[in-house]
Design a protein around this ligand. Structure first.
Ligand code: PLP
Length: 425
């Protein structure tokens, strides 16, 4: 009698398989990235210009051309609390769609903070603590990055000050409770304009002002910068091993939501050297940086305090509507991601909020997991790719990053289920 066919859904690695080095994409780019420019002189910034804000080791990583950068043992000790994360074959979603595609999702929601964000928060807190810094200041959109940094600071004995975009501060009150439980302090941003819903750009300005005003404080950014994408590459490196375990040679397309580009970079960049793998960014139609922005130098924040970067931007004073995917409400994008899109190596697509929640509800009903609003952008794209493959009768292998759970975003689901979710302009 033939052995029963086993339909594996979950591909897990042992803790010994956590990557011991981060993948640096710099040597794989078609040309070096354009340098960041000083906000006042407009001259290229050097390490000394960044020293008041960042740990020296992180500045080194930001500019490094080394193909691999070792992950310190102290960082791995913390990552081991939840890594490696599982890779799941979404067989129930495939069945619901009746697709010819195979859909895999990398589950970053299992981290303590519920998203991919601790992958960079932990090394950032570690390097700052090692260099004698006592306190980190940061911005947070949906609250995921602030939560992650509060957790990471608690691991290394640092204070953590979080400026949270006011709209999210009001939409997601329990994020504040988690951050405070880990010892962080949280205030709504912009701090000087209580009637303003806020934006990531404005919250960055608040956090940078805090950091430059205090000797004991550095700034930490949860996305956009090269070193943040670098730290996130553990996602794609693990997924490569897990896809092999699942019997796949390669994914045909790698998809992730994109706000500033960190979870997208993390899952996609290790696949960049393989030209047969398509890379796809999924963003909100109401903050369409990659699909409708222009590729030019702009500030990373609203007030014009940060270095200028060559990136896709909607303008640093762009005020996105208050959609529930607070982590995707950013006017700019990572210079690495922007360059790849500009050169046609990466594709980008925009989704409307209602379509994202329809995708999230389908995913929750068949796979059981309730996605963060940000994650739904990737899921909506994965479903569109699967339907396209079915229409063309193709066996497409789809890898999507499940960047966070939505268990603290229930007011968004409540609005969606009640039919009161406002459609963006
Ligand atoms: C769950 C989640 N996904 C995605 C993002 C977008 O950020 P990034 O593009 O850096 O991954 C955020 C940002 O806060 C987030 O919280």
């Amino acid at each position: 009698m033939a052995a029963p066919e086993i339909s594996d859904t979950r591909f897990t690695l042992s803790q010994a398989d956590i990557p011991s080095a981060w993948f640096n994409v710099a040597p794989h780019l078609s040309s070096p990235l354009d340098p960041p420019l000083h906000p006042v002189t407009r001259e290229p910034v050097g390490p000394d210009d960044l020293a008041p804000l960042f740990a020296a080791e992180l500045i080194g990583q930001e500019m490094s051309a080394d193909p691999w950068i070792d992950i310190p043992g102290e960082v791995l000790d913390v990552l081991r609390l939840w890594r490696p994360t599982p890779l799941i074959r979404a067989r129930r979603l495939e069945a619901a769609l009746g697709t010819t595609a195979r859909i895999y999702y990398k589950d970053e929601s299992v981290s303590p903070a519920g998203s991919h964000k601790p992958n960079s928060a932990v090394p950032q807190a570690y390097y700052n603590a090692r260099e004698g810094i006592a306190r980190l200041a940061t911005e947070t959109g949906a609250g995921q990055w602030g939560t992650a940094l509060a957790f990471a600071c608690a691991q290394f004995g640092l204070e953590c000050a979080v400026y949270m975009v006011r709209k999210s501060f009001e939409q997601k009150p329990y994020r504040k409770v988690i951050m405070e439980t880990w010892g962080g302090s949280v205030v709504p941003s912009p701090i000087d304009d209580p009637d303003n819903a806020g934006s990531l750009g404005a919250a960055i300005s608040d956090a940078v002002r805090d950091a430059v005003g205090r000797e004991d404080t550095h700034y930490a950014l949860g996305s956009v910068l090269n070193h943040v994408l670098l730290h996130q590459t553990v996602i794609g490196l693990e997924a490569q091993q897990q896809l092999t375990q699942a019997g796949e040679t390669r994914p045909d397309v790698v998809i992730a939501p994109c706000g500033g580009g960190s979870n997208l970079g993390g899952v996609a960049l290790p696949f960049l050297p393989d030209p047969a793998v398509r890379l796809l960014a999924a963003e909100p139609a109401s903050c369409p940086t990659l699909t409708r922005g222009s590729y030019e130098y702009d500030f990373g924040d609203t007030a014009g305090l940060t270095p200028m970067m060559n990136m896709y931007t909607l303008g640093h004073d762009f005020m996105p509507p208050g959609i529930h995917a607070g982590g995707l409400r950013y006017h700019g994008d990572s210079p690495i991601i922007s360059k790849l899109v500009h050169e046609g190596r990466m594709e980008a697509v925009a989704h409307r909020q209602k379509a994202v929640f329809e995708a999230n509800v389908l995913f929750a009903r068949v796979e059981g997991k309730l996605p963060a609003p940000e994650a739904g952008h990737g899921i909506a794209s994965a479903i569109a790719e699967a339907n396209d493959a079915t229409a063309k009768d193709e066996e497409r292998v789809i890898l999507v990053n499940y960047c966070g759970h939505g268990l603290l975003d229930l007011s968004a689901y409540e609005d969606h289920l009640a039919g009161t979710l406002p459609e963006e302009p």
